[in-house]
Write a protein that binds this ligand. Structure first.
Ligand code: ADP
Length: 490
């Protein structure tokens, strides 16, 4: 089976969130299952050609791609995803991708991704590679199904090509004014109220991706259910309900080659469920780095997240005054909206002895926090899958989460399971989106932190969980097959 996997970020080349992790781990796992998968992403300015072994495909020359009536000469670079044989192709258009950030608020944000979508298609045509399916991810790839089925339908190479569209986060929809149609040379017949690309009078890349794909999925079962409701779907529930059984959830896996305390070389001390000594040493080492006091009986709470509303910062701020009364230490790593950075900074200045915050994107620090912390807090308002709570389980860092999306599917509340006579809980969770519920749940976790036999059991339960990609990759294969069958029976 031949799969063209298209995404706007792929680890380790470019990453702002979980999409990047998925876009390298899933293709690697698919290739282990015998799939011929090629990955496509933009070549952003910050991607270091030498470090990542990018080769310019000079035999192809320039590929002219027209956007907004202008022709841009696009070039292609090639490399492999590290520790695999998976080929990855980079679309290079300096005008569009040599910017400060991966995503921008620039006026031509729509054109950047129209170009990306068209260039991927044009490039595939030139290498005479006939994919059975395009796996498109999030709005930045949302035009590919429509363009292939309409603008490029003359090309028999795509005759039988099917589409799977994965929603990693419905909050990002790629909404622009209707001029996208002309810029992308798409047929205006698709734009009418409630039509396939129209969303409240705007052009929606996300809706286009959903409507023109044979199959659509998202990254956990619970989030798939939530997306069928007005509360969680940012207006997309009607469109998704219409997909019927063609819409489903597949939980993301994680890459234990990268995230495993037994082998992680970004942390000073490795450890395993049967030999936990290293975890405490990591905590001691880490707190010293931060100039914080080490005491094994003071719980250390870790937070790693994009500083955006989705992550529940609002209720965390409500709960913090109460929680800061407790003898607990905090470390926060995040980057995002200035307003939230200011709020965290203020707290860290007021409570410098127990609350440390680091801004910026720092992968090594993320690993060190996972290894050092006792508790990992993720009070998200919504969370399509969430990866850090899964990493936390593996690192024996007990997650405290709000019961939504993938958090609900991966963390079993210790007390709730005990009430059912089970001692298989792996963390703590709460449903109500409020500071009070969050504070209560953190207090519950801290209560059990002092009860060592119980705490060790919770940690061990989590560490023994297996969220590796294999099972999920097999489910993707099934979905690919269904999409291909559907396309070919149309
Ligand atoms: P989202 O995709 O919404 O950001 P996920 O939990 O699915 O949330 O994925 C977040 C990923 O990004 C994880 O791998 C996490 O470790 C990483 N991450 C988030 N913020 C930072 C940061 N400031 N520094 C390093 N890694 C980060």
């Amino acid at each position: 089976m031949k799969i063209a996997f298209v995404a706007s970020e792929v680890f380790p080349f470019a990453k702002t969130g979980g999409l990047a992790d998925v876009s390298s781990s899933l293709p690697i796992e698919l290739s282990k299952l015998g799939v011929d998968v090629k990955v496509f992403m933009p070549k952003y300015y910050h991607i270091d050609e030498e470090k990542h072994g990018l080769h310019f495909m000079w035999t192809l020359g320039n590929i002219p791609v027209r956007v907004g009536g202008k022709v841009y000469e696009v070039q292609i670079y090639k490399s492999k995803i590290p520790n695999s044989n998976v080929e990855i192709y980079f679309i290079d258009s300096p005008h569009h991708f040599h910017r400060q950030n991966i995503y921008t608020n620039d006026k031509d944000e729509d054109e950047r991704f129209i170009l990306f979508n068209k260039a991927v298609i044009e490039f595939i045509q030139r290498i005479h590679w006939k994919p059975d399916l395009f796996h498109c991810n999030d709005w930045q790839t949302g035009l590919i199904p429509l363009l292939v089925k309409d603008n490029y339908s003359w090309d028999k190479v795509f005759d039988k090509t099917a589409f799977l569209f994965t929603i990693h986060n419905v909050a990002y929809q790629g909404l622009f004014d209707r001029s996208v149609l002309e810029k992308g040379e798409m047929n205006p017949k698709y734009f009418y109220p409630m039509g396939p690309v129209e969303f409240y009078n705007s052009f929606s890349f996300l809706k286009a991706g959903i409507v023109f794909s044979e199959m659509v999925n998202t990254v956990s079962d619970t989030y798939a259910k939530e997306l069928l409701t007005p509360e969680y779907s940012e207006g997309m529930y009607g469109v998704l309900r219409e997909k019927g059984s063609s819409f489903s959830g597949i939980l993301n896996g994680v890459d234990y080659e990268l995230w495993n305390p037994a082998t992680d070389n970004l942390i000073p001390y490795n450890y395993t469920p049967d030999n936990m000594g290293g975890k405490l040493l990591n905590k001691k080492w880490f707190l010293r780095q931060l100039n914080m006091r080490f005491d094994e009986n003071i719980p250390l709470i870790g937070i790693i997240m994009r500083l955006v509303k989705q992550k529940g910062i609002e209720i965390l701020m409500e709960a913090l005054p109460g929680l800061l009364q407790l003898n607990v230490q905090w470390v926060v790593l995040g980057t995002g909206e200035a307003e939230y950075e200011e709020q965290f900074l203020k707290i860290s200045e007021e409570h410098y002895d127990r609350f440390t915050v680091r801004f910026g994107f720092n992968n090594q620090l993320a690993h060190q926090i996972e290894a050092a912390a006792d508790i990992f807090l993720m009070p998200s308002h919504f969370e399509p899958c969430g990866l850090n709570q899964i990493y936390s389980l593996k690192y024996g860092t007990v997650p405290v989460v709000r019961k939504t999306g993938g958090l609900a599917d991966t963390v079993q509340d210790w007390n709730e399971y005990n009430a059912m006579g089970l001692d298989t809980g792996t963390g703590f969770s709460f449903s109500e989106y409020s500071g009070a519920a969050l504070e209560h749940t953190v207090r519950r976790a801290i209560g059990d932190f002092y009860n060592k036999p119980v705490w060790n059991k919770i940690r061990r339960n989590g560490m023994l969980k297996d969220y590796s990609w294999r099972k999920s990759a097999e489910k993707y294969l099934e979905l690919y097959n269904s999409a291909i069958n559907k396309r070919n029976s149309q």
